[in-house]
Design a protein around this ligand. Structure first.
Ligand code: MG
Length: 226
């Protein structure tokens, strides 16, 4: 039994690490911000928490490193500092192959949506320019649209409702373990694209229908999935 896009009518893309090569910047920003507040986040920690809201990430690391929960104002301070560090970094490039995947998905009649845990306003703005013609703000679920972020299914369920399709008619494209978990929890066939340093097994353990290693590979194999 092999996975096919043939019966799908919507494709829901994660943003960081899928559409943008932005994870190295996120990783540096998180580790600097956490260090300032007496905690430690390795690149592995950052990739393992990717997809979660900034709030959930700070809570988790605080409990682990300090044994107590960060206060709401401290969470805001840490996340805002992390976000300001991220904004000061060089712009992440569009992931090679991502536009080609969008072109092919649109040509195949798939509705395109973006479902991200990101609250980075600059990137949320930018994606509408870089992927102009394929995406509008109305077709995006961000940190501003949901209360519970990934790995809860909420962001992807919201995406389904915007697209007006059932879980069985959709496919998710994700690079992060918690993101794959969210897609699977929403009942959606989820394609893993491992663009970071984690081992494939970590992503496979979350139950994707298939795993690729780049958006270019996805673009190259797109026709074989139709
Ligand atoms: Mg991601």
């Amino acid at each position: 039994m092999s996975f096919s896009l043939r019966n799908k009518s919507a494709i829901l893309f994660d943003m960081d690490g899928v559409l943008y090569d932005s994870m190295p910047n996120h990783s540096k920003a998180w580790s600097q911000a956490m260090e300032k507040f007496g905690m430690y986040m390795s690149p592995h920690d950052v990739y393992m928490n990717e997809g979660a809201t900034g709030h959930d990430t700070v809570v988790r690391i605080s409990l682990r490193d300090r044994g107590y929960e960060a206060t709401p104002s401290e969470i805001d301070d840490i996340y805002n500092y992390k976000a300001s560090l991220f904004r000061s970094m060089p712009e992440a490039r569009v992931m090679p192959g991502a536009l080609e995947v969008f072109r092919k998905a649109a040509a195949a009649g798939l509705k395109i949506l973006i479902v991200t845990g990101s609250g980075q306003k600059n990137l949320i703005e930018r994606v509408q320019r870089d992927f102009e013609g394929y995406i509008t703000r109305e077709r995006m679920v961000t940190a501003f649209e949901v209360t519970r972020g990934k790995p809860y299914p909420d962001p992807y369920l919201k995406g389904l409702s915007i697209a007006g399709v059932s879980a069985g008619e959709a496919v998710v494209v994700e690079n992060a373990p918690l993101g794959i978990r969210a897609g699977v929890a929403a009942g959606i066939d989820t394609i893993a694209v491992n663009t970071g340093p984690l081992e494939d097994e970590i992503l496979q353990a979350e139950g994707p229908v298939m795993l690729m290693h780049s958006m270019q590979e996805f673009a190259d194999r797109f026709e074989t999935l139709l």
